[in-house]
Design a protein around this ligand. Structure first.
Ligand SMILES: Cc1ncc(C[n+]2csc(CCOP(=O)(O)OP(=O)(O)O)c2C)c(N)n1
Length: 383
């Protein structure tokens, strides 16, 4: 069953946005990302009839919650209470805006950095922590949602997202999929295979690339001669849209449009959300070794922050106040503390658990690695 596109009368359709409709277009000159909410909190396009104040506040509250959660997770790792962690601070608008555009039954395939998206779609904060604490419970989708475990191998989950959307299409179900990945993933073969398949079978898949500038220490220009990720859509004859990933309105509108089009038989869309990760790749690296953090901070955190720009907008509209902010911070702190307590109430995970749950029955290469690792409790007991 197809859903009817509700459309967004005041937002330009995807085909008219910069970076879209590249089938005949020359991409040169289409580098400017689609933006609705400028960094000063002013609107560049009317969003009347598309995004109302309730949705704006929901966006703001989710972005604040996920930022505070991300900072807490980094602190837990620094205190030795969690193994490692991949922070996403700076990328909240891309993740929250895109996930809020989904319907509850849509499939979400996150990478290791996409917890704000997973949480927005219904994953619990405690499960995110449990994942990084080495518990398999951290990989379980909440009841009634289709949220896959964070994918660490780069780009392998893109084909999975095509598979679920294709299956839904074959079954006649109105169910889309969204898959999150970084710009580095677009240099992997799996990226191209997934886009090719999605194009051939016209699946309702949204390929959501967060171009955050760096693949670990490698800047985008050093790993690709393409000027944009969005232009790669042209090779698979699908729309490619370059959007300001720090603009939650532009992200929401673009993803909503892509999903509606996909479910109406229009096939997949490649979205490039231009954003930036403020912190390290994971808690195991030091970004000062490969970039100037002070300059980055001045260019991104101080001038283009996704949360600050929405707050400015809400204040200008009279839809937010410092009292609202204080109450929100109290609520958010309580939620995060409760999640930490819950995650830490689990017994410490055992190293040999990493070999379990790879597949329903343990395959021989995994059994062999388990044996060789010397991590089995029996072996340690023997030593
Ligand atoms: C198949 C595979 N190759 C290499 C790695 C090691 N690796 C981990 S993260 C990463 C960089 C990924 O960068 P990007 O796709 O831009 O995502 P980001 O981390 O910036 O979100 C690499 C190469 C991996 N996890 N999987």
């Amino acid at each position: 069953m197809m859903i009817q596109s509700q459309g967004h009368p005041s937002a330009p359709p995807i085909e008219e946005q910069p970076g879209a409709g590249m089938r005949q277009e020359d991409m040169r000159g289409l580098l400017e990302p689609y933006q609705v909410l400028a960094p000063d909190g002013e609107l560049r396009h009317s969003i009347e009839g598309a995004i109302d104040e309730d949705l704006m506040i929901q966006m703001y509250e989710k972005m604040v919650l996920t930022r505070m959660f991300d900072r807490k997770a980094v602190n837990l790792q620094r205190q030795g209470r969690m193994g490692t962690y991949a922070p996403y601070e700076g990328q909240e608008a891309a993740q929250v805006g895109s996930a809020l555009a989904l319907s509850p039954h849509d499939w979400l395939f996150p990478s290791y950095r996409d917890h704000a998206a997973a949480v927005t779609h219904g994953q619990s904060l405690s499960r995110v922590l449990l994942y990084w604490m080495g518990h398999m419970e951290g990989s379980i989708s909440p009841e009634g949602r289709h949220i896959m475990p964070p994918c660490v191998p780069i780009a392998t989950h893109l084909t999975h997202a095509v598979g679920t959307a294709w299956a839904a299409k074959l079954k006649g179900e109105s169910q889309a999929s969204i898959v999150y990945f970084g710009e580095g993933a677009t240099s992997e073969g799996d990226f191209h295979e997934a886009l090719n398949f999605a194009g051939v079978y016209q699946t309702a898949t949204v390929f959501f690339c967060q171009n955050n500038g760096y693949a670990i220490s490698v800047p985008f220009h050093a790993q690709s001669a393409s000027r944009t990720i969005a232009q790669r859509a042209a090779a698979y004859d699908m729309p490619g849209v370059r959007v300001d990933g720090n603009d939650v309105f532009a992200v929401w509108l673009t993803v909503r449009e892509a999903i509606e089009r996909g479910l109406n038989g229009g096939g997949p869309t490649l979205i490039e959300a231009v954003t930036f990760r403020y912190g390290p790749h994971t808690t195991s690296d030091d970004p000062r070794k490969y970039r100037d953090q002070a300059r980055i901070s001045a260019e991104w955190r101080e001038q283009r922050d996704p949360i600050e720009r929405l707050k400015l907008h809400l204040l200008k509209r009279g839809a937010w106040s410092e009292e609202h902010e204080a109450r929100l911070m109290e609520r958010v702190s309580a939620l995060i503390e409760a999640a930490v307590d819950e995650a830490e109430s689990y017994p410490k995970s055992r190293p040999e658990e990493m070999f379990m749950h790879v597949s329903a029955d343990m395959l021989w290469p995994v059994a062999e690695q388990r044996e060789q690792s010397g991590l089995c409790a029996e072996r340690q007991g023997e030593a």
